[in-house]
Write a new protein. Sequence first.
Length: 260
Amino acid sequence: MPIPEDVTGDEIDKDVRQELLSLPKTLAEDVAKNLVMVAKLLDEDPEQAYGYSRVALRLASRVAAVREAAGFAAYAVGKYSEALAEFRAARRMTGSVELWPVMADCERGLGRPEKAMAMAGEPEVQKLDKAGQVEMRLVAAGARRDMGQADAAVVTLQSPELASSAVHPWTARLRYAYADALLAVGREDEARDWFARALEADQGGTTDASDRLAELDGVEFTDALEDDDELDGADELDGGEELDGGEDDGAQGEAGPAKD
């Protein structure tokens, strides 16, 4: 797959670059460029990112960072079995537990929420940092809802992290998930409050909390461009009707000067 000229491979994380030192220089450069493309495209064009990840995997399947990138690219396009296999491979290579939550979410994607719940109770969770533990809680709550246990999902999300007024990168998503879980059990007023709290914490626009709030408040947004199109169409129609209506009278008036 083509690599843009401005992508050098130097953009990759320092730790990943360190891993690539085990490869011949030219090969390491090629792998690095493909990993950069995976990172750049993962959100905006996951199918393309997946393609670049497959190239990197073909070039350096024994590098943990490559297996991890391939896992996230597969995850982004819904290839959960493939993603899980790559995450497991990366974990075997590094011994790290940081991929545990996304591995559990792959189990959900494969229709095995019970397996995800079992993973939420494993000792690996205690080894995760705070962000990882919050992520695991989100996955566990999602698994509860998958199993039809909506009330249990609400309880799963109740935690010191949720109650804290401090804002962290994961705060908006946690509050949003709690609001959504409350709404699912009919606690609409509480849900509205938590969607508002999620919006307050959502500095990067990672959720659609504002839309959910508007929906609960019964606010309907109209597309200004569509309105302009409708007005333009109406003006054209009115103009056409005036021409049609005045055609007979106007024809004689226009004919007079033409004869002069």
